[in-house]
Design a protein around this ligand. Sequence first.
Ligand code: SF4
Ligand code: SF4
Length: 144
Amino acid sequence: MSDETLVVVENPYHTARLKPARKGKKGPKLLAVVHQSGCTGCEVCIQGCPVDSIELVAGPDSSNPEFRQTVEIDLARCIGCQNCSQDCPWETITMYQHDDAFIAWGNETLKSELYVSEENLEELNKQYGVSLDAPAAQSEEESA
Ligand code: SF4
Ligand code: SF4
């Protein structure tokens, strides 16, 4: 997949939205949610996560994605160890009771991104019953 075909869209497929069942296992009692409006994108939390469940979300400028980057936590992978909430220098990660975390994720996650190709967008829309368009603002010409 070449870079030219990539578009940035809001991520409707995030596991927090899908709330996947954990087969044969009870979910963790607590899950971590980033309050993104307070996140500086410093990446400190990423280093301490034992299951690699904290993802970077690029900033709005594709030519300088680290500027105003933030992070989000994949709730399907989080095991509730609390490392990140203790490590965050800005105290912007909160541990929630398992079910409450999915509601908090919806309220506190301002930006969640998934990089997909335009050619895959239609298929994903069908699969997940959503209708996303490749945003014009993210076209090559406008981001150049
Ligand atoms: S609580 Fe633990 S497992 Fe969950 S995101 Fe934070 S560091 Fe990772
Ligand atoms: S440690 Fe806190 S401020 Fe730094 S990236 Fe993680 S959530 Fe954001």
